[in-house]
Design a protein around this ligand. Structure first.
Ligand SMILES: Cc1cc2nc3c(=O)[nH]c(=O)nc-3n(C[C@H](O)[C@H](O)[C@H](O)COP(=O)(O)O)c2cc1C
Ligand code: SF4
Length: 491
């Protein structure tokens, strides 16, 4: 467990706000080159108002969205070997539908082809799986209708992915990488040589075709939009950092965005009317590893500009210049649905999912996890300020626990983000939005305490789920095994 005081013990909003202050000395470098300090967080109310901004509908891109909660993509490592949903997948999607959130961003990562799976139990969107994935969407939407009476103000997207260097399509413990750039740190860590597994330009040309084909199927299955995933170290995200890659997909930002541009033009031609979004790691840094006392430290002294998109420099400042250029180009391509996230769960989990307890392959937080939350909130706010016409869904709020609605109300109210994305919280407490918005209040026993068991379990080859808090998972044999990893002893 980390040394930082637990959120549940904070008594006042001002105590919380004092901890949500951005990293010491950090700045955001906007495209003008000017150093802007992090946007100060607005004051946080002691109680959030169920009749306030979080419950207000709004219209974006011709669609009405009924409130300000979004479900983030959350996979469960529980599809069948041929990439179809199982009963566990169906249960998770049903809970997404019944949550009360009016935007379901991506549902979970779905591979566009077999070799792009992050694990042998990831969904695949193929002709053979179309009807089962269409049925899965229907179950989720029906659940929403039966709980809330309408789906007119519900928007549902599907996240399309290729896992790139993190692909493990056939065996849970065997990487079959498809790399976009050379990364000596990750090569050493995973015992591979990127150059032996480098995707050629022709390979990427083919992958564009496969993304487009999957998007056509997503439209047939009834999804409102596809999320062309560019985050977490997977292929689309790694390409964005490929400054040293030769050829048409590397070098200039224009080249590094070619993959996205070509997918977009293929989708426009083959799935007219299908909306598109991008989930983007808006900043990143070099991989971290456990240092003294298991606290995370950078793994070497590589230059973040060689490996990371939106690099965090040595003094904690975030260079968002290319992030802004990327999102401006997205806007010009007609992509206005953006979900912000950061780093990667494999090599910078403290940036991506701030937690009190690290997952089994992680490290103790090198900073107060509140700083990790504040970093995502502030960087997203800067992007929203510069590109107000884009819809921004933010991530990383689960660490706020009991204070999530209060901070959500403050940041949405201040126009720093449009919607509050819920990741781990939704596994632990799927009906949090419904409970909050109905005025019933939160059930404290169900609030995600960031134990990271839902990450540790798949790292150890098991299904994911909220083993400590969801009664359905709590009684599974896996729950005991995962708990023993958290205690540091293993099974
Ligand atoms: C078990 C688990 C599964 C996840 N699956 C996905 C996924 O399929 N696609 C994705 O983009 N992010 C995925 N994420 C990341 C979350 O969407 C989210 O960014 C992260 O958990 C931080 O948000 P939170 O603080 O609300 O949890 C996953 C995270 C966890 C813990
Ligand atoms: S296992 Fe449950 S409590 Fe722990 S981080 Fe995941 S969702 Fe939260």
């Amino acid at each position: 467990m980390s040394e930082y005081r637990r959120i549940a013990t904070l008594k006042t909003a001002s105590e919380l706000r004092a901890r949500l202050i951005s990293p010491t000395g950090a700045a955001i470098i906007a495209p003008t080159g000017a150093q802007n300090s992090f946007a100060p967080l607005p004051s946080i109310p002691e109680q959030a108002d169920p009749k306030g901004i979080l419950g207000q509908a709004f219209i974006h891109d011709g669609r009405r969205i009924g409130n300000r909660f979004a479900i983030l993509p959350m996979e469960g490592w529980d599809a069948s070997e041929d990439g179809k949903p199982t009963d566990l997948t169906i249960r998770r999607w049903k809970r997404f539908g019944g949550s009360g959130s009016k935007l379901i961003w991506g549902t979970e990562a779905v591979a566009v082809r077999h070799d792009g799976r992050a694990n042998p139990n990831q969904l695949i969107l193929s002709d053979a799986n179309l009807s089962s994935i269409a049925d899965l969407r229907k179950v989720m939407v029906d659940e929403h209708r039966s709980s809330f009476g309408t789906t007119e103000d519900l928007v549902v997207g599907l996240q399309l992915t290729h896992s790139g260097r993190f692909a493990r399509p056939n065996k849970k413990d065997r990487f079959e990488p498809f790399c976009a750039l050379e990364n000596p740190i990750l090569d050493r860590r995973y015992n591979i040589q990127s150059s032996d597994h480098m995707a050629s330009d022709a390979d990427l040309d083919q992958l564009v075709v496969d993304f487009v084909a999957a998007a056509v199927l997503a439209q047939k299955a009834g999804f409102d939009f596809v999320d062309l995933k560019h985050c977490h170290g997977y292929l689309g995200h790694e390409l964005l950092a490929a400054r040293h890659r030769p050829g048409k997909y590397g070098g200039s930002l224009e080249n590094r965005m070619r993959f996205l541009r070509e997918i977009v033009s293929g989708i426009r031609a083959n799935a007219p009317g299908l909306r598109m979004g991008v989930r983007l790691s808006i900043f990143d840094t070099i991989p971290h590893k456990p240092g003294a006392d298991r606290v995370g430290v950078p793994d070497g002294d590589a230059n973040p500009y060689d490996l990371a998109f939106g690099p965090i420099g040595p003094h904690g400042g975030i260079d968002l210049s290319e992030t802004v250029s990327f999102l401006t180009a997205c806007r010009d391509l007609g992509i206005t649905w953006i979900c912000t996230t950061a780093g990667s769960p494999y090599y910078t989990p403290h940036l991506q999912r701030p937690a009190q307890f690290p997952p089994s392959d992680g490290y103790l937080p090198p900073e107060d996890p509140c700083v990790g939350v504040a970093r995502q909130v502030s960087a997203t706010a800067k992007l929203k300020e510069l590109l107000p016409e884009l819809l921004f869904v933010g991530s990383g709020y689960s660490f706020l626990q009991d204070w999530l609605p209060q901070v959500g109300e403050a940041v949405v109210g201040a126009g720093m983000v449009d919607m509050i994305g819920l990741g781990r919280m939704i596994l632990a407490y799927p009906d949090l939005p419904a409970d909050f918005l109905s005025g019933k209040g939160l059930d404290r026993k169900r609030i995600c305490r960031t134990f990271s068991d839902c990450t540790t379990a798949p790292r150890k080859g098991m299904i994911s789920g909220c083993f400590p808090l969801d009664p359905f998972y709590k009684i599974m044999p896996e729950a005991e095994i995962v708990r023993s990893y958290r205690a540091g002893v293993g099974p």
